[in-house]
Design a protein around this ligand. Structure first.
Ligand code: UAG
Ligand code: ATP
Ligand code: API
Ligand code: MG
Length: 484
């Protein structure tokens, strides 16, 4: 139990009614999770205004309400605290409730359109190898050492995030590596975290449905660096023209990496094969088990981060070279007929282009690429024709199929993808709505040595249709198709 005064440390507020010495048993932003004597933070979200749940919250036992708008009825025995922006202070309140966990664990957050999960996974596995208890918050799952905690978000909500950090501190973790999605940064899910470092991977077309314009999307990512403390490091990719933009108003220690630009950490891709990549990092050559030229960036990022955290260069390289890729990122299966299947989470135009370019670089003449791809519903519609066009430009054959339609009509999503296909490409493009059928068709069409790319769903083990997640796993379907 903590008293309200402790929870509000460092926050501007007004006590409308009640007692600041009141004890709080828990903090929640979701009225459905409330228990007796908890504090409810009413957030104005994108779908609804949680102020309407305040009466329900009190009924369920909330004794403290943190809000923006004063309600007409004030209930006796309940403390009402008014703040400017509940969404932005939720993390601070939760941090105070959990005893400011990020003062006792080094938290490093990575933002960028692509590569976050890969880098966080590399870093967690690297630091475990280096002997540390380490946590990781990723799109795939949250982890405390090897313990898996399932998640539905890339960056947890602000209260869950602080609770997870507190759990990591309890389990003696020295580090937490986490993804900071642009949604999370804008919604203040990271507030209350005292960051040790922030990383920028890259930025390209995504999430314009949410941010509106590329400028706003870039600004969202930049906010992570604008608010970084002086003693933290800011590690940015200077091959991306937005890398230097991230550093413009950043008080932290500026550190750069790149493959093509002068940087503190300089990498060079030497060889790129279906088994791995050979690269030079600051004058030292090493072999890595991740595939694809874009992974040279992810490896360089993990290396640079480790050195920023005072690890020894040779030991770091040695451990990195032993690591496997994250689930659903360029995972390969080869059939008896010698068809290569690749499962990859490319769900943005840039990722799809990178992964296809890399396959083209590695493959031999005469080997055809068959790409199976869809686009998610309730997500940036403007990606749809671009991703279809990219697939058609860089593959011999394309099957457009369903991804996670969520609340949208998958036929409409496919029509919007088809808008990106030119009349000449149409002859090499098929539309098969059922993803399982699409995968079967690709396998049926493939000749020995052809390459099938299943893009967009990577590690996901579900297909979300009308709000319901049905079991679906690209890797499982490909395996079955290869053996049927
Ligand atoms: C668009 C978006 O980002 N939405 C996130 C946001 O919810 P919201 O602002 O829309 O909330 P809302 O549904 O309007 O509800 C407002 C408030 O009412 C509360 N509520 C709601 C119902 C109820 O009965 N009682 C109650 O108290 C909710 O807990 C919330 O605090 O804040 C919630 C808590 O943090 C998130 O769960 C929710 O993620 C939704 C499910 C989502 O799909 N988000 C995606 C777009 C997302 O965040 N993606 C990024 C990754 C993108 C990437 O990897 O590229 C991520 O970080 O996962
Ligand atoms: N550094 C990179 N640059 C460009 N593309 C990349 C990079 N790393 C990975 N990719 C591509 O992006 C896909 C997603 O990678 P990853 O899951 O690591 O990114 P993410 O940033 O975590 O994505 P999300 O926004 O879904 O959390 C990969 O499957 C690959 O196709
Ligand atoms: N984190 C990304 C994942 C997209 C994955 C793709 N399979 C889709 O459903 O669109 C998002 O929420 O936009
Ligand atoms: Mg991710």
């Amino acid at each position: 139990m903590r008293n309200i005064q402790t929870l509000l440390k460092g926050i501007e507020f007004e006590l409308i009614k009640g007692d600041l010495n009141q004890l709080v048993s828990d903090v929640q932003i979701d009225s459905r999770q409330l228990t007796a004597d908890s504090a409810f933070i009413a957030i104005k979200g994108t779908q609804m205004d949680a102020h309407k749940f305040i009466p329900k919250a009190i009924e369920l036992g909330a004794k403290t309400i943190i809000l923006e708008d004063e309600p007409s009825d004030l209930v006796d025995g309940v403390s009402y605290i008014q703040v400017n922006n509940t969404s932005q202070v939720a993390g601070l309140i939760a941090s105070n409730f959990y005893d400011n966990p990020s003062d006792n664990i080094k938290v490093i957050a990575i933002t960028g359109t692509n590569g976050k999960t890969t880098v966080v996974t590399l870093l967690q596995n690297l630091f475990i190898k280096l002997g540390y208890n380490t946590g990781a918050l990723t799109t795939i799952e949250n982890k405390i050492n090897n313990e898996v905690i399932p998640t539905k978000l890339t960056t947890p909500d602000p209260v869950t995030l602080q609770r997870l950090l507190a759990e990591m501190v309890k389990k003696n973790c020295s580090y937490c590596f986490m993804e900071a999605s642009s949604h999370a940064i804008v919604q203040g899910r990271l507030s209350g975290i005292n960051l040790t470092g922030a990383i920028f991977s890259n930025i390209s077309h995504d999430h314009l449905d949410y941010h509106g314009t590329m400028k706003e999307y870039i600004n969202a990512k930049k906010r992570l660096f604008d608010t970084l403390p002086k003693n933290a490091f800011a590690l940015v990719n200077v091959d991306d023209k937005r890398g230097p933009v991230m550093l413009q108003n950043c008080k932290g220690k500026h550190v750069t990496f790149g493959l093509h630009t002068m940087a503190n950490y300089k990498g060079k891709l030497i060889d790129n094969t279906f088994e791995g990549i050979q690269m030079d990092i600051n004058g030292q050559e090493a072999w890595f088990q991740l595939i694809g030229s874009f992974n040279a960036y992810n490896i360089l990022t993990a290396y640079a981060t480790a050195i920023c955290l005072d690890e020894e260069p040779m030991e770091t390289l040695q451990c990195l070279s032993e690591l496997r890729p994250a689930r659903g990122r360029f995972e390969q299966l080869v059939s008896k007929k010698n068809v290569r299947g690749i499962i990859d989470y490319a769900h943005t135009p840039d990722a799809l282009e990178n992964v296809l370019e890399t396959i083209k670089d590695i493959k031999e003449d005469g080997e055809n690429i068959i790409t199976v791809v869809g686009c998610g519903g309730d997500r940036d519609k403007s990606k749809r024709p671009v991703m279809a066009k990219t697939a058609a430009m860089l593959s011999e054959k394309v099957i457009l199929t369903s991804d996670n339609p969520r609340t949208e009509d998958p036929e409409v999503i496919l029509e919007e993808m088809m808008d990106g296909i030119s009349p000449t490409q149409e002859r090499r493009t098929q539309v098969i709505l059922d993803r399982k059928e699409a995968i079967l068709k690709a396998v049926e069409m493939a000749e020995p040595r052809d390459i099938i790319l299943l893009a967009g769903k990577g590690h996901e083990t579900y297909q979300e249709i009308d709000g319901v997640r049905h079991h679906f796993d690209d890797k499982e379907e490909l395996f079955k198709a290869f053996h049927s």
